[in-house]
Design a protein around this ligand. Structure first.
Ligand code: NAP
Length: 341
């Protein structure tokens, strides 16, 4: 069986990655359609060894489309996902718009694929925030063994998480520093080149940013509503790959050694944890890879049962495109694609 797949936002960071992962994993597609805004209509875009022409979303008829991988931001998803689902396609959306909707499953296949069974009421499935995806992949196998009470996480998020314009901004600012040109800001509120910015998405009344709030509530929706999460989200001048410092408190004993053993066997996780120079993963090594890497696993001596660890993943892959395609593969494996609603 082969499926007709539409990629909305195909010219963006996540959309391009989706096209390359669909080709890499030989996704059973009878046809792949690349869609973006009218600005990109007619552009050539790579899909494996082939080149396909970008079409405009607003002119496309979704009749006969089985899966729509959506990565064009919240406003586009809000308007288009219900219309596309009404045509019979299952929409797997990367924006934050549908994630906390009670009728929309929020899925990381290694963690909670079972929620897909009978719960795709709106024909829409949400992909979590990039920082949440890699966090829950690392937390789930530990939570299964020693219930997690509390998580303190600080992120070091790459600029690709803010889209292709943000990557260009880091590049231009870095160049401007070297040639003594004025620094121009666009996507970021402060200079990002040679700097770090503790501000991602808008500020909320609580004093947290929306990115931090998303990590807290999405982790609870995917993993367990009883887990307390506090997050600090920071943008760093890295092009691809998000890193996280994660401190976890458990209800029962779990040694660092046992956590390392559990994580070595966990789906989607690769442990690289030698207490020596280069014995850990940094974002440059995670970029282009599928795994969520866990390093620096050690006891937290400030609580009775706790560990700290370092979690790194490619935000465009596990944080977005790969996770979405894994959801599509899960729908096929569970025979949920046809007549899912
Ligand atoms: N980057 C990440 O790590 C990450 C992780 C998780 C989730 N996400 C989410 O994924 C989405 C896309 O992110 P991105 O990083 O790929 O952004 P991006 O690089 O800025 O790309 C945005 C894409 O959306 C398309 N688009 C914009 N307005 C459109 C419209 N009116 N109609 C049709 N297409 C339109 C753009 O097409 P044009 O080129 O024609 O403008 C482009 O293909 C966002 O919702 C983001 O929050 C991103």
């Amino acid at each position: 069986m082969a499926y007709k797949v539409a990629v909305v936002g195909a010219t963006g960071n996540v959309g391009r990655e989706m096209l390359s992962i669909l080709a890499e994993r030989r996704f059973p597609a009878s046809e792949v359609v690349a869609l973006a805004s009218r600005r990109s209509q007619g552009l050539d875009i790579s899909f494996g060894d082939a080149i396909i022409k970008v079409k405009a979303l607003e002119n496309f008829d979704f009749t006969g489309t089985d899966i729509c991988l959506m990565s064009a931001g919240s406003a586009v998803s809000k308007e288009w996902s219900p219309k596309i689902a009404a045509k019979g396609a299952i929409v797997i959306d990367n924006s934050s718009h549908w994630r906390m909707d009670r009728e929309v499953p929020l899925v990381v296949p290694e963690v909670n694929a079972a929620v897909l069974e009978g719960q795709i009421k709106k024909g829409i499935i949400a992909n979590p925030n990039c920082s949440t995806a890699q966090l829950v992949v690392a937390l789930k196998p530990l939570h299964d063994v020693a219930k997690i009470k509390r998580v303190v996480v600080s992120t070091y998020q790459s600029v690709s998480g803010a889209g292709k314009e943000a990557m260009d901004e880091l590049f231009r600012q870095t160049r401007a520093v070297f040639v003594a040109d004025p620094i121009e800001k666009g996507k970021f509120t402060k200079q990002i080149a040679f700097n770090v910015i503790p501000h991602i998405d808008v500020f909320l009344d609580s004093g947290y940013t929306k990115e931090e709030w998303k990590m807290m509530v999405e982790t609870q929706k995917i993993l367990d509503p009883d887990i307390q999460v506090v997050a600090t989200c920071v943008r760093v001048p890295v092009f691809v790959g998000h890193s996280e410092s994660v401190t976890v408190e458990f209800e029962t004993a779990l040694s660092a050694e046992r956590a390392r053993t559990i994580l070595r066997e966990a789906p989607g996780v690769l442990v690289v944890d030698k207490r020596e120079d280069e014995g850990y993963i940094t974002p440059i090594e995670a970029a282009g890879e599928d795994a969520t890497y866990v390093s620096r696993i050690r006891k937290d001596p400030t609580v009775e049962y706790g560990i700290s660890m370092w979690v790194v993943s490619d935000n465009l892959r596990k944080g977005a495109a790969l996770n979405a395609i894994q959801i599509a593969e899960e729908l096929i494996a569970r025979k949920l694609l046809k007549g899912a609603r």
